[in-house]
Design a protein around this ligand. Structure first.
Ligand code: FES
Length: 271
């Protein structure tokens, strides 16, 4: 109960500032404006998110409070900085709120009598928004960058190229089940699976080829599932590990140390 109440507090904040904005903008139709706000905020979509962890009301609370700061009087650099900080925090706590941050900074370009003032407003709003965003989202983005090499992991991996996700972005426009199949197919793709298929076809034409690894002549393909040992083979002393599934082989005897059978062909160069 207490948790649900705490989760719903941002909704109350958003409603409060929404009502203040409506009251302020339509002073002559105060009752009608408040009625319209009440209808809007109690729509099924709004109500179903109250007290949940979807976080849309959190973003709304920050953004609507910021709007209130801007519309309640002639905005100054100080109010724009405060509003920008609120919008930036909202976007930082939930990244999809970034669309409001961009909108807010763009809207700042309409505030002011001349281009110089407008430029100053954009600058102040932009810096405040970006700084607050960095404070709210920065620590988590840093953790993602450290762990996965992508501060927005798993999104935009076609840009950041984290090895933990496929660098693929695609859209399918055909309507219906076809998309479902296509998405499922692409989601199932991984480097390991593609390697497996390529190796399987290569292995059909095994020509007994050897490669050289750390002073050993070793068969080119792993006896497990035919991984290319020039890519996946790691030699430590007399033990070769195929890093695709971590199977180990004694190079001196050829014995597989992970499973019965699966001997490897190898000999020390120069012996
Ligand atoms: S393919 Fe080498 S361990 Fe599986």
């Amino acid at each position: 109960m207490a948790i649900a109440f705490a989760l719903a507090v941002p909704t109350g904040i958003a409603w409060f500032f929404f009502a203040r904005i409506a009251e302020h903008l339509f002073p002559a139709q105060r009752a009608a404006a408040l009625g319209a706000v009440a209808i809007g905020v109690t729509a099924p979509m709004s109500v179903s998110l109250i007290g949940t962890t979807m976080n849309d009301w959190y973003v709304a609370a920050f953004v609507i409070a910021a709007l209130w700061l801007v519309v309640r009087g002639r905005p100054t650099a100080r109010t724009l900085a405060a509003a920008g900080a609120l919008v930036g925090l909202g976007a930082g706590f939930k990244l999809t709120g970034a669309v409001f941050a961009c909108g807010f900074v763009a809207a700042a370009a309409t505030l002011g009598d001349d281009w110089r003032t407008r430029g100053k407003h954009v600058l102040v709003a932009g810096i405040a928004t970006a700084a607050a965003f960095a404070i709210a989202a920065g620590p988590w983005m840093w953790v993602l960058y450290e762990r996965f090499g992508n501060p927005l992991f798993p999104y935009y991996n076609d840009v950041f190229r984290s090895p933990w996700a496929d660098p693929v972005r695609f859209t399918a426009t055909r309507v219906g089940q076809y998309n479902e199949y296509l998405y499922t197919f692409f989601k199932c793709l991984s480097d390991e699976r593609m390697d497996y298929v390529e190796n399987w076809y290569d292995a059909q034409n095994d020509d007994g080829r050897d490669i050289e690894l750390d002073g050993w002549a070793v068969q080119a393909r792993c006896p497990h599932l035919s991984a290319d040992l020039s890519k996946f083979g790691a030699v430590d002393g007399e033990v070769l590990t195929c890093t695709l599934h971590n199977w180990k082989f004694n190079l001196r005897t050829g014995r597989c140390l992970t499973s019965a059978g699966h001997e490897i062909r190898a000999h020390k160069l120069g012996d």
